[in-house]
Design a protein around this ligand. Structure first.
Ligand SMILES: *[C@@H]1O[C@H](CO)[C@@H](O)[C@H](O)[C@H]1NC(C)=O
Ligand SMILES: *[C@@H]1O[C@H](CO)[C@@H](O)[C@H](O)[C@H]1NC(C)=O
Length: 182
């Protein structure tokens, strides 16, 4: 009996981890639905030194909050001189839905690229620091891992920004701070 139940349940668990193109939202975002817990899955950049070990943009998302003033608060972890640090940044809204400005390590423009609210979200960050422009893409998941269909879609988005597989790193289950928690 129990086994039958499990067998009936399995396909729905697996399909829940498949990207469903019909649920992908790319504009007119409902930011309240973006709020909540997220995990870093993947990141890409045209300057790998900034997202690799010790990179200043190698951050692990914890949660996103949509603020009353239309801003977006991102809370994350990162490592600083071997210590786990918690931090938050607030992205200010612009007059374009899903677009924000960010005052962190220079000036940045943050773009919500797409999401299905339920499983994944993709952001694009264009950072200008000291006259140097850097492109960063980030894939976050509601779970600490996402299936291959999500990763393949992220690769495609990266390609549109001229970033290939050599520019993409895996951050799934690699948050160095989780071992200090609980
Ligand atoms: C910005 O550039 C100046 C001059 O090249 C340099 O001294 C400074 O360290 C740079 N700052 C950052 C944050 O990279
Ligand atoms: C990413 O890294 C984690 C932790 O090392 C590993 O469990 C996972 O399989 C990796 N994912 C991919 C897609 O390589």
């Amino acid at each position: 009996m129990a086994l039958w139940r499990l067998l009936l349940l399995l396909p729905s668990l697996v399909s829940a981890q498949e990207l469903n193109l019909r649920s992908v939202v790319r504009r007119n975002y409902d930011m309240a639905k973006v709020s909540g817990v997220w995990h870093s899955i993947s990141m890409a950049s045209d300057d790998m030194t900034r997202i690799e070990e010790n990179g200043d943009l190698r951050v692990f998302i914890q949660k996103i909050e949509s603020l009353d003033n239309g801003g977006l608060k991102l809370s994350f972890h990162f490592m600083l001189l071997g210590d786990c640090v918690e931090a938050a940044v607030v992205c200010e809204k612009t007059d374009k839905n899903g677009e924000y400005t960010l005052d962190y390590k220079g000036n940045g423009r943050v773009l919500l690229w797409e999401t299905d609210y339920r499983l994944y979200i993709t952001f694009y960050l264009h950072s200008v620091s000291n006259g140097t422009e850097t492109k960063v893409l980030a894939l976050y998941g509601r779970l600490s891992e996402l299936g291959p269909s999500f990763l393949a879609r992220f690769e495609k988005i990266c390609k549109r920004y001229g970033l290939g597989p050599q520019n993409i790193i895996n951050l799934s289950n690699q948050d160095p701070c989780t071992k200090y928690k609980r």
